[in-house]
Design a protein around this ligand. Structure first.
Ligand code: EPS
Length: 387
């Protein structure tokens, strides 16, 4: 399967095309919209989220509530577009730089300067409009469809916030359904109530100081069969693909699988997950330090992936930069920004991970209809039982 997204943050809409989704998958439209709304929530977001009310409008590949096997096309409108119809007009406009809102002052930490130099734009708006994290709304809509494919086969995806700036949450091993429920009720998507209060206070403080804050999010996936991904070629290792998807989320700087970087500082005997067997459970593990992966393949344990998000670079407190017109230094003033988008990023991460798993599932059990996929999975599960 593959997907592409298009669209600018202040343009009319985001557009996505998903190709390779099997036919006859029941599409739950409300569920896609619920996921989009989850992404909009979270303590620390700015005024833009009061303008948007994201929902996906499917405009291809679905008929009478089921996928047809044709590419699924969907759009998410930008409500803010009405304020930008001149600045973001597709047709040429007459007018001053002021009217075009030409951006010539690159913001440190954004794509502005690199993109301007690379694409030879003297209006950095041509870069920032597309590099904006608004694009993650399209990725959540796509991932929400992928999640529905996973749900058909009993695979569940959850996300939680582990850290916001200085405040780390105590991780509790909740059953996945409870984790989903508890994090949904938290404005910072965290289980640990004590940490929740401290995180909110920390975000307030950072905002008051004109600054921004990042954090760490975790995604857990349960019910994944053994053997998705492969050891035989570098680009078929599923943990590697997940890492790519995670680091591709706007502002993400790293990814860990299982205990991740900690594995570099402790002994092998403390890292590897011992293999057990019982007739009821089949092969399973004593622990899950490797986060559900060995040799680039799933090992039947829950998948545990963490990603780190840097603080949002749009600051009320200005950072030094250089004007591309005058080459003179300036300090940027900001009109509007989120001070913390870590809770939203947790939702985005769930969806990019779900997408990679759905792709790996379709690679292994590929079929053109959901029934064919189901037969292939059932055959394989029987083969595993006989092994
Ligand atoms: C973003 C800047 C802000 C955020 C935006 C991401 O938008 P604006 O420039 O319109 O104030 O609100 O996030 C979203 C619109 C969203 O849907 O998540 C950025 O520069 O990345």
């Amino acid at each position: 399967m593959r997907y592409l997204t298009a669209g600018e943050t202040h343009g009319p809409q985001l557009t996505a095309i998903i190709e390779g989704m099997p036919s006859n998958l029941k599409i739950n439209f409300e569920e896609i919209n619920r996921e989009l709304q989850r992404r909009q929530k979270g303590y620390g977001r700015g005024r833009r989220m009061q303008i948007e009310k994201d929902s996906a409008n499917i405009v291809g590949g679905v008929r009478h509530g089921k996928s047809t096997g044709a590419p699924i096309a969907l759009i998410v409108e930008n409500k803010d577009w009405t304020h930008w119809t001149t600045v973001m007009n597709i047709e040429p406009i007459e007018g001053s730089d002021e009217e075009k809102r030409r951006v010539h002052r690159p913001r440190p930490g954004h794509a502005d300067l690199n993109g301007g130099l690379k694409y030879n734009h003297k209006d950095l708006r041509n870069v920032l409009e597309r590099s904006s994290a608004r694009e993650t709304a399209a990725r959540v809509a796509v991932g929400a469809v992928a999640k529905q494919l996973l749900t058909e086969f009993g695979i569940k995806v959850a996300g939680q916030v582990i850290r916001i700036g200085e405040v780390e949450a105590q991780v509790q091993n909740l059953p996945i359904d409870e984790l989903i429920k508890v994090t949904e009720e938290s404005p910072v998507r965290v289980v640990d109530k004590e940490a929740e209060a401290k995180m909110i206070a920390h975000i307030d403080q950072v905002k008051k100081e004109g600054d921004s804050i990042g954090g760490i999010v975790e995604c857990i996936v349960e019910g994944v069969p053994i053997g998705l991904g492969s050891h035989v070629q570098w680009d078929r290792k599923l943990d590697g693909r997940i890492a790519q998807a995670v680091v591709s989320i706007n502002a993400f700087k790293g990814c860990e699988i299982g205990i991740g970087f900690e594995a570099g500082s402790i002994r092998g005997s403390q890292v590897h997950d011992e293999i057990l067997y019982t007739p009821e459970k089949g092969y399973h593990r004593k622990t899950n330090r490797l986060g559900g992966f060995e040799g680039g393949m799933t090992n039947g344990q829950p998948i545990v992936v963490r990603g780190v998000m840097k603080p949002i670079p749009t600051l009320y407190k200005p950072l030094a930069s250089v004007d591309i017109d005058t080459k003179e230094p300036f300090t940027a003033q900001v009109e509007r920004s989120d001070s913390c988008a870590v809770p939203a990023a947790s939702v985005v991460m769930e969806h990019v991970v779900a997408w990679e798993l759905a792709c790996a599932l379709m690679e292994k059990f590929g079929g053109d209809s959901i029934d064919e996929v189901r037969n292939n999975i059932n055959n394989y599960l029987e083969q595993l039982e006989r092994y």
